[in-house]
Design a protein around this ligand. Structure first.
Ligand SMILES: [Zn+2]
Length: 379
């Protein structure tokens, strides 16, 4: 357990960081997030760079002033877009690759990349108008200074599970050189932007290769970062992911926080907490909610698919143990109806429930830890 202090408030860890890619958690308001007990948000540098632009955000008081969320903010670097618009499109994969027997590559591999990488940085074609934008480690720091989040991350190259060891090593070494450049740029830009109390954390790469992960963790830990994020490919299975976390965490100092980028199913969070991870961000809880998948500890797989006809006459709340505004007032039958008819109110009600579920899940993990127990997934 820990307590992370920022200029805009304290975060009790282990904690879930709610994903606010464009400066908003989709379908809910900042008041909603406060009343749900959400502690910290993460926005995406690449998306905010394209729209509305970092200068606009800075002029309106940075993320805190512009969005109305006065609590702690993080910004991701855009490194994930180097992956998601580049290698992930070419290889057709996510952070953990789906494997289809007998196929070298997943079926949705497109072979088309919107990213061109050089030693100096990454050219990314805009998802809006196709215009090319150049992201160097220095430019990303400048943009993040203007956005003004409390915790910011340097540009990195996130590799795919289908990259071989030689490529993963070259990308990792480039990420290390970019980390050094980002630190220098961070020092040089002290005083730029609305938040003078920002922290720059380091990102660890190395794919699912033990030697590379250990090297990357040691190298990034030797630089002057007050916290760390574990990025990149985590292998091809959950077991791979747990091993990658173990190798990485064992090389990191115990007195600095560790964030796992983009991972956040309830089982994965628990397994990563046991291995020493403090912070998680993941778009899945809110994205699943919008698609009709709501979390419940009493359902098989801890989730129910509200679209199912079995809920048409179900008067019970989504989860009888949940204290969220949705579960206090509305039945599964009503939510099923809203989802089926495409009513906009469903998106908010579903999102409120899944976010509250994540907040309570993290609070329960902290409670277990504080009682000296290692939390286990409920049977
Ligand atoms: Zn609920």
């Amino acid at each position: 357990m820990g307590r992370l202090h920022t200029a805009h408030g304290t975060v009790d860890t282990p904690a879930f960081v709610a994903v606010a890619t464009r400066g908003t958690v989709k379908a809910v308001s900042m008041e909603d997030l406060e009343s749900l007990g959400v502690q910290i948000l993460i926005a995406n540098t690449y998306h905010l760079y394209l729209r509305p632009g970092p200068e606009t955000v800075a002029e309106l008081g940075g993320l805190h002033g512009f969005t109305g969320w006065r609590g702690p903010w993080m910004t991701d670097s855009g490194g994930f877009q180097v992956f998601s618009l580049g290698a992930a499109k070419v290889h057709g994969v996510g952070k953990i690759a789906p494997i289809f027997p007998g196929e070298a590559r997943p079926r949705n591999a497109s072979g088309i990349s919107l990213v061109k990488l050089t030693e100096d940085g990454a050219w990314i074609r805009s998802i809006f108008d196709g215009a090319k934008h150049f992201f160097s480690p220095e430019e990303v720091i400048r943009v993040e200074r203007l956005l003004g989040a409390d915790i910011i991350l340097p540009l990195d190259e996130c590799t795919s599970p289908f990259h071989d060891e030689a490529y993963t090593k070259a990308a990792m070494e480039r990420t290390h050189r970019w980390a050094e450049r980002a630190l220098l740029a961070f020092e040089r830009t002290q005083g730029l932007g609305p938040n003078p109390h920002q922290e720059l954390w380091g990102i660890i790469q190395g794919g699912a290769y033990e030697e590379l992960r250990r090297t990357s963790a040691k190298t990034i830990a030797s630089m002057d970062f007050p916290g760390f994020a574990i990025g990149g490919s985590l292998g091809r299975s959950k077991e791979d992911m747990y091993r990658v976390i173990e190798w990485t965490v064992s090389e990191l100092p115990t007195d600095k926080p560790r964030h796992l980028l983009g991972i956040g199913t309830i089982e994965d969070i628990l397994e990563a907490v046991k291995r020493g991870v403090d912070l998680f961000d993941c778009a899945a809880p809110t994205r699943l909610a919008r698609n009709g998948t709501l979390f419940s500890l009493t359902e098989p797989g801890f989730r129910l698919n509200l679209d199912s006809a079995r809920f048409r006459h179900d008067p019970r709340p989504v989860d009888e143990t949940c204290d969220c505004p949705t579960c206090r007032k509305y039945s599964r039958a009503y939510l099923h109806h809203l989802l089926r008819t495409g009513e906009l109110s469903y998106f908010r009600l579903g999102t409120l429930h899944n976010l509250r579920f994540m907040v309570r899940w993290m609070a329960w993990i902290r409670e277990e830890l504080s009682s000296g127990r290692l939390p286990e997934v409920p049977k």
